[in-house]
Design a protein around this ligand. Structure first.
Ligand SMILES: *Cc1c(COP(=O)(O)O)cnc(C)c1O
Length: 372
């Protein structure tokens, strides 16, 4: 029996990184300053300056909290409607519900799977207060048209950057367009910690101030509660890890893009496969390499038999999730999102996937269609 090709694995493909990570952990352990210490402060500065001059990053507990706190900082709450793509991960919609606002779902673009200004505009009502574009699978949204739309209707924009650290629209990194942006450092994300982590990025001083206090029980000064906050602090050990990984993010993303290009070349024209498409001016950092086929389940089973692990992003669109029945949507409301859920399958793609492993995936996918 051949070894499995994993869907994802933590592989230290840059020489020396594992040692650096271990040293950083020991260093924090020896220093003994575990909450909002030097590492969190330094990571926040380094991440902000990586993204763009004039931005502030605020480390929080996870990507979900980054979304929730961003929305709260912008005054989005009960009575407000927030436009969200109908094909994101559940976290995005949950964050809107968490602040008691109403998520208004919108069909994604047929080819990029991202929110478009044209579709978002159709969903705007007098109650709309914000747009929440998700840079899905690692591809930047068309941010100029979304920002223009937001200005036209005086809406806030919160970017969900959980899958797209380092992606850019027209050479400007995502996370720097909206009023606030939410990043997740969940371990498998393009920039991942060794546990949970997240950050809010903003160039609005009021948003930054709110987030800094809110994540730490509303304190600006110790024991003085300026507002009713929560505990959602980026962990000091995670920040130490992220400082090191951030230095290699560009390299990790370049490796993802190289692997994606091999798939794009080798799977072009195979069977009925629809390969990922990248829109003009948008860069793609391939958090997920999603392909589409009418024979999705059969392909997944065939690959499984060949020892190749795949994943489905996402098997049930947001509007058909049992938890959201109360939103009142039903089957047929979002045909593009529904078709995506039925036809999508994600192939193994991560820094450190070997040439042999990728060849096996390509060969197996081709064989599947030859047998048909
Ligand atoms: C991962 C993810 C999140 C949530 O991040 P956590 O750190 O797991 O809370 C939010 N939105 C999208 C699109 C994600 O992929």
């Amino acid at each position: 029996m051949q070894e499995q090709v994993p869907f994802f694995a933590f592989r230290d493909f840059v020489p020396g990184v594992q040692q650096q990570l271990e040293q950083a952990l020991v260093h924090v352990a020896q220093r003994g300053n575990f909450i909002l210490g030097e590492e969190v402060g330094s990571f926040e500065k380094e991440f902000a300056s990586y993204l763009a001059e004039g931005t502030t990053a605020i480390g929080v507990g996870n990507g979900f909290d980054a979304l929730v706190i961003s929305l709260k900082a912008l005054g989005i709450g009960a009575g407000a409607e927030v436009i969200v793509p109908s094909n994101s991960y559940m976290a995005t919609v949950n964050a809107v519900l968490q602040v008691k606002a109403k998520p208004v779902l919108v069909e994604p673009d047929k080819y990029t799977y991202n929110l478009t200004a044209a579709n978002a505009e159709k969903a705007i009502t007098p109650k709309t207060k914000a747009i929440l574009p998700v840079h899905l699978y690692g591809q930047a949204c068309q941010m100029d048209e979304l920002m223009q739309l937001a200005h036209k209707y005086n809406l806030s924009v919160v970017e969900d950057c959980a899958q797209a650290h380092g992606a850019a629209f027209k050479d400007q990194l995502i996370g720097t367009f909206g009023d606030a942006a939410a990043f997740s450092f969940y371990p498998t994300k393009n920039l991942g910690a060794m546990g949970d982590g997240g950050a809010i990025v903003t160039s609005n001083a009021l948003v930054a101030d709110f987030a800094q206090q809110y994540r730490n029980y509303g304190q600006k000064q110790k024991y003085i509660g300026e507002l009713v906050g929560v505990n959602s602090r980026l962990d000091e050990l995670q920040a130490a890890i992220l400082r090191i990984k951030l230095q290699h993010l560009h390299q990790y993303n370049a490796e993802r893009q190289r692997l994606a290009n091999v798939y794009l070349q080798e799977l072009n024209g195979v069977g009925d496969l629809l390969l990922p498409q990248t829109a003009e001016s948008c860069s793609h950092v391939y958090h997920i390499f999603n392909i589409r086929t009418k024979q999705r389940d059969a392909l997944q089973n065939y690959l499984r038999e060949q020892g190749i692990c795949t994943a489905i992003h996402y098997p049930v669109p947001v509007h058909l999730q049992p938890a959201y029945i109360f939103l009142g949507y039903g089957a047929g409301d979002f045909p593009v999102a529904e078709e995506l859920a039925l036809t999508s399958i994600s192939l193994p793609l991560f820094p450190g996937l070997t040439e042999q492993e990728q060849e096996r995936v390509i060969k197996a996918v081709r064989e599947f269609y030859q047998d048909k």
